[in-house]
Design a binder for this molecule. Structure first.
Ligand code: ATR
Length: 292
C-alpha cells in the first residue's frame, strides 16, 4: 500500500527560461544556465527556442502560454535584440541606453526588458582580466547594435577617451552623438582618421567582420606599447581574425568574447534569480566551454 504523500516533481515545478534566436541551436546559453542553476541550487529549466525571422513576438507569447505561469524570463540573441526591445512593456535604464534587449523578465502582467551585455563585458575586462579602464584610452570598432550596447557601460568606467570608428563614418558619428551628454563625450570617426590618433590601451572589435574573416583597415600603431588589450566580442575555435591582426600589430593582451558570454549570462541569472554564481563557478565554466 502506498502512503498518501505526494512528492512534488521538481522538473514539473521548475521555473522556465529560454533563449530565442535564429539560428539558436549552437547557443551555449542552456549549458551555461544549467551550470549556474547547479552551482546556486536553483530549480529551473532553460531551453532554446528558434523563432521565425518575422515571428519573434509570437514565439515569446507561445512560450509563455505553453509554460502555464512558470515562464519567468528569456534571453534574446541575434537577430532579435531590437524586436525584444519593442516587445518589452518597460525597460531598465541600461536597456534604454543600449537600444536593445538581451534579457526579458516575465512579470505577472507585463514584460520587462533589460540588457546585460555591457555589464558582462565590463565585468570580464575589469575582474576576470584585471584590466582597469580608469584614465585609459578606448577604441571601439563598429557602430551597429553590438557596439551601441556597450558604450554606456564603458563610459561608466571613467576612461580618458572613447573613440568610435566605423566603416560608415556617419554611423560612428551618430553613435557618438547619442552619448554626447555623458561626462566624457565619445568621438566618432572613420578608419582613415585613425592614423592621426594617439595609441589606445583597449581596442574592442564590435563589428561582424570576424564572421567573414575580413581584415579591418586598422593602421599600424593603434595599440599602446605597454599592456594594451585587444578584445573581440566574437569568439570561436582558436584566435579570431581580429585578434590575429591585433597580435601582429603589437597588442599586449588578447581576449575573445567567451568571458563576456558567461558574464552576461551570470548577470541575467542574477536579474532573474537574485543570486550570482561565484567567480570560481564562472571561471570554471569558461574553462570548460573553452575546452569543449
Ligand atoms: P551587430 O548587431 O552585430 O552589431 P550590425 O548592427 O549589423 O550587427 O553591425 C555590424 C557592424 O559591423 C557595423 O558597424 C558594420 O559597419 P557598417 O556600419 O559600415 O556596415 C561592421 N562591419 C561588418 N562587416 C565589416 C567589415 N568587413 N569591415 C568593417 N566593418 C564591418
Amino acid at each position: 500500500m502506498t502512503t498518501g504523500r505526494i512528492i512534488p516533481d521538481a522538473k514539473a515545478l521548475a521555473d522556465r527560461y529560454a533563449v530565442f534566436g535564429n539560428p539558436v541551436a549552437h547557443s551555449k546559453s542552456p549549458r551555461i544556465h544549467a551550470a549556474f542553476a547547479r552551482a546556486c541550487g536553483e530549480n529551473l529549466r532553460y531551453e532554446t527556442r528558434m523563432a521565425p525571422i518575422d515571428g519573434f513576438a509570437a514565439a515569446v507569447r507561445q512560450f509563455i502560454l505553453e509554460c502555464g505561469g512558470r515562464a519567468k524570463g528569456a534571453n534574446v540573441t541575434v537577430p532579435f535584440k531590437e524586436d525584444a526591445f519593442r516587445l518589452a512593456d518597460e525597460h531598465t535604464p541600461r536597456a534604454r541606453a543600449a537600444g536593445s534587449v538581451n534579457t526579458l523578465i516575465f512579470h505577472a502582467n507585463r514584460v520587462e526588458g533589460d540588457n546585460t551585455d555591457g555589464a558582462g563585458l565590463a565585468r570580464d575586462i575589469t575582474e576576470n582580466l584585471a584590466f582597469s579602464l580608469a584614465g585609459k584610452r578606448i577604441l571601439l570598432i563598429g557602430a551597429g547594435g553590438a557596439a551601441r550596447g556597450i558604450v554606456a557601460p564603458l563610459l561608466a568606467l571613467s576612461p580618458a577617451a572613447l573613440v568610435i570608428v566605423n566603416r560608415s563614418v556617419d554611423k560612428a558619428r551618430a553613435l557618438a552623438a547619442a552619448f554626447a551628454d555623458h561626462m566624457l563625450a565619445p568621438q566618432g570617426m572613420g578608419f582613415a582618421d585613425l592614423a592621426a590618433t594617439t595609441p589606445f590601451d583597449l581596442v574592442i572589435n564590435a563589428t561582424s567582420a570576424s564572421l567573414t574573416g575580413a581584415a579591418l583597415p586598422l593602421p599600424a600603431g593603434i595599440f599602446a606599447p605597454e599592456k594594451s588589450l585587444a578584445y573581440d566580442l566574437m569568439y570561436g575555435k582558436g584566435e579570431t581574425p581580429f585578434l590575429i591582426q591585433a597580435r601582429q600589430d603589437g597588442a599586449g593582451q588578447l581576449a575573445d568574447g567567451l568571458g563576456m558570454l558567461v558574464e552576461q549570462a551570470a548577470e541575467s541569472f542574477f536579474v532573474w534569480r537574485g543570486r550570482r554564481p561565484s567567480a570560481d563557478a564562472r571561471l570554471a565554466l569558461m574553462r570548460q566551454l573553452r575546452a569543449a
